[in-house]
Design a protein around this ligand. Structure first.
Ligand SMILES: [Zn+2]
Length: 287
């Protein structure tokens, strides 16, 4: 019943296992996979690992693992959207919130699995945000989704993202341009960042595409900060960011990239946007 038996990518198995076994699993995580059955299997295995009292979690032998396996662990709760509307009710989120403040029954922590969390409209996400902002001790929320981008930036920035991935392919030119920006942000002075963003002056399409990819580097750095291995393609720059920027500032940088993307869609002055990109990313990074 361990991570090994799951039909997910090796890096994802490793990331989940090392995060739980290092004792640094975050209080909220988004699990992303287009295959909903595989996603639930992953979530249940992860939940077992989170309540497991043995070594090499999930050990598969302790009472917590056995109960988790038979779907009867009192500290693992699964919630899903209202079958009538297919949306998460705000009341359901409130119910989760008040339950989260009651201490765990048998394990050291309670795990909430939110199935099809992509079906959560803004009011429900805002209700959830309140508990994500000040999570009670010993609680872990697992948000299951086929697409993490449906979440509000405020929700996304408070969750570690574990993605099965494979669905999205990034153009290599875009990826390289985003990588150059990610590498330049933590530099001591602003010149490398000015040089990296010069490529956008004559290419608005590139600018827009880079703003979609850039936060992935920042998220990977947040993962490293919480003891999780970053995805291979983001690793080098993410390690550099993690070594130079605080988690709070990495979160600010994610928000900053999102704000810039929103300004672009509103057709704000393009030359100013590139200047803002440099200044605001630097400021958000604490440089
Ligand atoms: Zn166990």
């Amino acid at each position: 019943m361990g991570f090994e038996s799951l039909q997910i990518s090796e890096p994802l198995k490793k990331a989940l296992s090392s995060s739980v076994n290092s004792g640094r699993f975050p209080h909220a995580a988004i699990l992303e996979d287009e295959d909903s059955e595989r996603l639930m299997e992953t979530a249940k295995t992860l939940a077992a690992a989170l309540v497991c009292s043995g070594d090499d979690k999930p050990c598969g032998r302790c009472i917590n693992c056995l109960k988790a396996r038979s779907d009867s662990h009192p500290d693992i709760k699964i919630f899903e959207p209202d079958p009538k509307t297919n949306n998460f009710k705000v009341e359901t989120v409130r119910e989760i919130r008040s339950d989260a403040y009651i201490v765990a029954n048998e394990a050291d922590r309670k795990v909430y699995i939110l199935k099809d969390a992509q079906n959560m409209l803004v009011p429900a996400q805002n209700a959830l945000l309140k508990v994500l902002e000040e999570p009670p001790e010993g609680v872990c929320f697992l948000l299951l989704t086929d697409d993490k981008n449906v979440f509000l930036q405020t929700v996304l920035s408070r969750c570690a993202v574990f993605s099965q991935g494979g669905g999205r392919r990034v153009d290599s030119g875009v990826f390289e341009a985003a990588r150059a920006v990610a590498a330049a942000v933590p530099e001591a002075n602003e010149y490398p960042l000015l040089a990296a963003t010069a490529a956008f002056e004559k290419d608005k399409t590139l600018f827009r595409a880079v703003l979609q990819v850039l936060p992935e580097f920042f998220r990977a750095a947040v993962l490293i900060k919480s003891g999780v291995e970053a995805p291979e393609e983001y690793k080098t720059e993410a390690q550099k960011l993690a070594g130079n920027v605080t988690t709070a500032n990495l979160m600010r940088m994610i928000t900053c990239a999102d704000d810039l993307a929103a300004s672009f869609e509103r057709n704000e002055n393009y030359t100013l946007l590139i200047t803002r990109m440099c200044a605001e990313l630097r400021r958000a990074s604490g440089r």
